[in-house]
Ligand binder design. Structure first.
Ligand SMILES: [Zn+2]
Length: 350
C-alpha cells in the first residue's frame, strides 16, 4: 500500500511539473470530432486533451479518475453540451478552478426551438438529439464559438486563430458543396436513412433526407424473433435501399434485418470515432465526414465522386500536439448502457 502510494505521488508530481512548464492555454474536450474542430483552430498554440476515448459510447461515458486533474488544470473546458456529457459536465462544475470557462457548443449553436427530439431522444426525456456536428454548417458554428473563446483567453494569437477559422470555413464550404452535389445523384425517393445509432437528424434536415427511424434498443438486447420478422417485413415493404450500422455499436440483428429484406447493410458509419489513428491525415473531422459520405451516398444509389481528391487533412500549419484518448479495448457490453428508447415497431415507418 505504502509503496503504491509513493509511486503514484511521484507520477503525479512529474505530470504536474511538465504541465506547469507548458505555458500554453490548457483545454479539455470530450468527443473526438470536437477535439478535432478545436485542433483545427488552435493548432499547436494550446495544450489540448480529448478525454472521451474513441470507440466508446459517449452518451454513457464515465470519466476516469485521472480526468479530475486535467479538469482542475484546464483554462477552458469545451463540451458538446445538450446533455451529451452529463457526467463530465458535473465533474467539470465540481472540479474546475474559478477562472475556468466551460463552453457548451450545442447550446451556443442552436436555439431550443431548433433542437431535434425523435425516436431515440424523445421530448418527454428532455434530452435533445445532441449530434449537431454531423451537419458541417453547425460544425462551423462550433468553430466560431471556439475561436471567440480562444481569442479571449489568448489574444496574442488572435491572428493565428482567426486565419485558421477562415481556412476552416473555406474547407467546410467545400465539404458542404460536395455533399449537396453527391446527394443530388441519389434518386429522390431513396434519400432516406434508417440507422442503428440515431446521430443524423441535423445532417438529414440540411441535405433533404428523411430519417425513417433508429433501431438501437434501450437495453442493447436483441429484438425477439417475432420483432425481427416484423422489422424485416417493414424494411422490405418500404423498399429501403440500405440500413446503416455504427462503428461504435455493432449489431448482428441489424445485419440480419438488412440481409433478409434485401437492403444493403453498411456496418461502419462513424458518429464520434474518427477514422485511422492519431497522426493519420484522415484522423480529423473532415476525414470523419468524408468517410461517412463515401459509405452512405453509394449505398443509397448515388455516387460519391464529389469527394474524389477531397483534402481531409488538418488545415493549420505545424505539428499537432493534441492528445486524443485511446480506446481501452473494453468488451462492447461494458461500453454499452441504456440511454436510448427504440421507436415502437409501429413508429418505424412514417
Ligand atoms: Zn452518439
Amino acid at each position: 500500500m505504502i509503496l503504491l502510494g509513493a509511486l503514484s505521488l511521484v507520477f503525479l508530481s512529474c505530470a504536474s511539473d511538465s504541465d506547469a512548464d507548458d505555458t500554453r492555454v490548457h483545454i479539455v474536450t470530450s468527443v473526438s470530432p470536437i477535439t478535432s474542430i478545436l485542433e483545427q483552430i488552435a493548432g499547436d498554440r494550446v495544450a489540448l486533451k480529448g478525454v472521451v476515448p474513441e470507440g466508446v459510447n459517449s452518451h454513457t461515458y464515465e470519466p476516469a479518475p485521472s480526468v479530475v486533474r486535467l479538469i482542475s488544470d484546464a483554462d477552458l473546458i469545451v463540451l458538446n453540451g445538450l446533455q451529451l456529457e452529463d457526467q463530465l459536465l458535473r465533474l467539470a462544475e465540481a472540479n474546475r478552478s474559478q477562472h475556468t470557462v466551460v463552453l457548451l457548443l450545442g447550446e451556443e449553436a442552436l436555439r431550443p426551438d431548433q433542437w431535434v427530439f425523435d425516436f431515440s431522444f424523445p421530448e418527454t426525456d428532455g434530452k435533445p438529439n445532441p449530434h449537431l456536428w454531423t451537419d458541417p454548417i453547425l460544425a462551423l458554428s462550433y468553430a466560431r464559438t471556439i475561436t471567440r473563446e480562444l481569442v479571449a483567453l489568448d489574444p496574442a494569437n488572435t491572428t493565428y486563430f482567426t486565419a485558421n477559422l477562415d481556412a476552416f470555413r473555406v474547407r467546410i464550404e467545400a465539404l458542404d458543396r460536395a455533399i449537396v452535389e453527391a446527394v443530388a445523384t441519389i434518386p429522390e425517393g431513396q434519400r432516406r436513412l434508417l440507422t442503428y445509432h440515431d446521430s443524423w437528424p441535423y445532417f438529414a434536415h440540411r441535405y433533404g433526407f428523411e430519417v425513417i427511424g433508429a433501431v438501437q434498443p434501450s437495453d442493447f438486447s436483441d429484438p425477439s424473433p417475432r420483432e425481427v420478422a416484423g422489422l424485416i417485413r417493414q424494411v422490405s415493404e418500404a423498399d429501403i435501399p440500405a440500413v446503416f450500422g455504427s462503428e461504435v455499436f455493432p449489431s448482428d440483428v441489424l445485419e440480419t434485418i438488412a440481409d433478409e429484406s434485401g437492403a444493403i447493410f453498411i456496418s461502419e458509419l462513424r458518429d464520434d470515432d474518427l477514422p485511422g489513428e492519431q497522426g493519420d491525415s484522415d484522423h480529423s473531422y473532415f476525414g470523419l465526414m468524408v468517410a461517412n459520405m463515401r459509405l452512405m451516398i453509394p449505398a443509397l444509389g448515388g455516387n460519391a465522386q464529389a469527394f474524389d481528391g477531397f483534402d481531409v487533412s488538418s488545415i493549420f500549419d505545424g505539428e499537432s500536439t493534441a492528445e486524443y484518448s485511446l480506446h481501452l479495448g473494453l468488451p462492447n457490453e461494458n461500453l454499452h448502457d441504456s440511454y436510448v428508447q427504440v421507436g415502437g415497431i409501429a413508429d418505424w415507418i412514417r
